[in-house]
Ligand binder design. Structure first.
Ligand code: C5P
Length: 414
């Protein structure tokens, strides 16, 4: 694919190098269009070496080849990272003051932008209105994340991590069509857990998490499409178990769905289903703790006073227990895959957390990703690394959750 990466003048421009690199390593041809201000933060030679192409900045270069419109016309996708408040304002106003502005106006390609600025600028009424204008025009906005900013301060405005930007951007252009079943998992019995557990406090309240179940459902659908017999154990799914193709929804029809609510219900369901499974994939976000007791009637502030103290008790670690009990329960050949969603954004530290986790859990593979307020949960894209039990990276995938599901299943099929 022909991807234009626009870089505007913010300190997060140094991270745009990794956005360019990820697209190139994924086999795409990348043209960088950087503003003059962007080149104060990151060097042209760096961008040329990483993109393997000349970097374009000047509106008055390449006039004979009508470059100010040619780059945009040839693009299949445009990604601007970072997108400063000033750039967002120009885009909302339709200005073509520089090469990037011209490129965007001259292009029919999907546009994805990753804002980066200080919290006050992000929350400024002008920026809020401009972002709303961009959204109404169908421009895709990734982030910003909440986290450390350039100075000592932190808050909303940190640019999303490069992997997340790349995953979200590729998810925008991937065709929504369902690939034909490869059949490489025919006869395999696969149990997938998905969603997020809810631990009740009283009849109307619970402690929950933000997992939507999208990645687990994508795994179940992809496995069924490849011929596996799938049991999906869904905890409070926010998505339909459907591949979206309507009447011919064959992969969804071949999935047995069991609905659960709490961690203990999920534990019972997956422990029973695992007895007959070749593979167990624990994609669900399982609560580590539950209230020690559940009130029979609604808890009232009138009787509770100013402070409500909760005692939480630890839930069983299902993934650990399933892995530990494998040989004792005649499941010796079973493959168990865990997931780790971490808020750590430093790639090395994230990897270290993943390695410690797979050692602790005892499963065969761990799918590791970084999540935050705006990333990971409930989004359509994902970016993961897959670790084996030795802690080595045996796979990486980014793109839509369906693409990520298929890369995980490729590993299983192999
Ligand atoms: O320990 P942590 O929650 O980070 O580990 C995530 C992985 O462990 C996921 O695969 C999740 O399904 C599983 N898990 C579990 N039982 C728990 C907590 C998490 O099986 N109580």
């Amino acid at each position: 694919m022909n991807i234009v990466v626009g870089i505007t003048g913010g300190i997060a421009a140094y991270k745009a190098v990794n956005v360019v690199r990820a697209f190139v390593l994924a086999g795409h041809s990348v043209q960088v269009v950087a503003t003059d201000a962007a080149l104060r933060f990151v060097g042209k030679p760096t961008l040329e070496a990483i993109s393997r192409n000349p970097v374009h900045t000047d509106l008055y270069e390449g006039v004979a080849e009508v470059r100010h419109v040619a780059i945009g016309q040839a693009a299949d996708l445009i990604v601007v990272a970072p997108a400063t408040a000033n750039f967002i304002a120009q885009l909302a106003g339709g200005f073509a003051a520089d090469l990037l502005g011209n490129t965007i106006l001259a292009s029919a390609a999907p546009l994805v932008i990753a804002p980066a600025m200080h919290t006050e600028m992000w929350q400024n009424a002008a920026t809020v209105a401009n972002v709303a204008t961009l959204r109404s025009r169908g421009i895709h906005i990734v982030g910003p994340a909440v986290g450390q900013l350039t100075g000592a301060d932190s808050g909303a405005g940190r640019m999303s991590e490069p992997d997340e930007i790349v995953a979200a951007a590729l998810a925008v252009v991937e065709p929504a069509t369902v690939e034909p079943a490869a059949g490489d998992l025919v006869g395999r019995r696969i149990v997938v857990t998905a969603g997020g557990t809810r631990e009740p406090l009283d009849p109307v309240r619970f402690i929950g998490n933000r997992s939507s179940g999208k990645q687990g459902v994508a795994l179940a659908l992809a496995a069924a499409a490849r011929g596996a017999e799938v049991t999906l154990i869904g905890a409070n799914l926010e998505v339909e178990v459907s591949d979206g193709t309507g009447a011919g929804d064959t992969s969804a029809q071949s999935i047995v769905v069991q609905r659960v609510g709490t961690s203990l219900e999920l534990s019972d369901a997956v422990t029973a289903a695992a007895l007959k499974a070749d593979v167990v994939i624990m994609a669900a976000a399982v609560a580590d703790y539950r209230p020690e007791s559940v009130a029979e009637a609604k808890i009232k502030k009138e009787t509770q006073g100013d402070i409500l103290q909760l005692t939480l008790v630890k839930n069983p670690d299902i993934l650990h227990d399933l892995s530990a009990a494998r040989s004792a329960s005649n499941r010796a050949g079973q493959t168990i895959i865990g997931f780790a969603a971490e808020t750590e954004t430093d790639p090395e530290a994230l990897l270290a957390l993943g390695r410690a986790k797979i050692a602790r859990k005892g499963c065969d593979y761990l799918v590791l990703n970084s999540v935050g307020w705006t990333t990971g949960f409930a989004t359509d894209g994902n970016a993961v690394k897959i670790l084996d039990s030795a802690g080595d990276i045996v796979g990486e995938a980014s793109g839509s959750k369906k693409t990520v599901a298929d890369r995980i299943l490729d590993l299983l099929a192999r």
